[in-house]
Ligand binder design. Sequence first.
Ligand SMILES: Cc1ncc(COP(=O)(O)O)c(C=O)c1O
Length: 439
Amino acid sequence: MDTKLLLDWDRDHVWHPYAPLRKAPPVFAAERASGSVVYLRDGTALIDAVASWWCVAHGHNHPAIVEAIRGQAEKMTHVMFGGFTHEPAVELSRRIARLCPSGLDRVFFADSGSIAVEVAAKMAVQYQNAVGRPERNRLVALKGGYHGDTCCAMALSDPDGMHRLFRGLMPRHFFAERPATRFGDVWNPADVASVERLLDEHGGEIAAVICEPVFQAANAMWFYHPEFLAALRRLCDAHGVLLVFDEIAAGLHRTGPRWAHCHAGGGATPDIMCIGKALTGGALTLAATVASGRVADAISAGRPAAFMHGPTYMANPVACAAGCASLSLFENGDYGAKARAAEAVFNERLAPLRALENVRDVRVLGAVGVVELRAMPKQDAIRRVILESGVWLRPFSDFVYSIPPLTATESELRRICDAIAAVSALPPGPPPDDPDFHE
Ligand SMILES: Cc1ncc(COP(=O)(O)O)c(C=O)c1O
């Protein structure tokens, strides 16, 4: 297809994320991708500084993952998971159980991160129902959080975001203040007071507390003190409330350790954990909600004994085969070291940007480097930086950031930092039409 025809049709007929039809900013026509690089139809090479929304952990088209997909596709591309099982799903659940904190080994496969969160919320409510507390059917979430775009996941995300637009569609939950103590600062126990108050006042209605451990990603790009998680664990135990960690963005070494909650040591193990994004290394859509034996056994002893969720493409065998190959790479490589190496480059190259007039803050943890601006520059100026630097950035809100493939080389990381520096040095643009919306 002629590239002009492709882009014209795309602009008028194909919706892109968080973009209008027809009036959307121009998109790039991607042709192929390899390692850290996405190649456009005209041959332009762009280093993917956001790992295609943070999932391409091993680089694009990793040969081991491509081979696993090819091998499984030749045998069986899909079979319904109601009434059938298959080796890719069982093997992947065994690998997930091996990597999860001890006790978390009951796996529900979901189609995307948002659905994994929906499943976690339903599990928490069904658990409370099964143990004789059906009135506990709401959750506590944190301001500044993001858990996805489907209605339940959106209802658990920051209430200042999309809530006002979709109010009628969403269940209502409780929101606690986000922890204010930065990662690396001295822990302030007052950070947990807001959750404590909600549990004291509404504990009888609350099934679970959910949070993104340590790294609030898509809404706030904020790293907070891990001691918050240990305090949450104690509060949840005291109130008979489950603790759900959404590790979809932060898990699988993004912030250094295998799971972000590991920054808190052993004192903060969840009852339910959501995994997605890097699970298949960005090759195919797949996520998982992993529950403890206590949660799964209680649900199975309840009425109904069945956990009430079952999507058509549940545990798709090709996606599971990609997941097995991805987790095998994680198990056999030192990804913690890769994240720390990225952290060192981000610290060295991004910290000096604090001196720029339009920069409010710089934050780095593991393979996440964030520059918070006072005001976002104009879209067309950012696009020029992308093309001139050969680095794909996707700034949003006031953040210009990188969450690169964990396999990005030092020279790629340096080029990413140079591109972030170039955007940070641009003059601020006009205020956005609607600052509340994610991405
Ligand atoms: C922490 C977190 N949870 C859930 C989601 C939703 O995942 P998905 O986009 O795969 O539905 C995201 C996506 O950015 C996320 O960052």
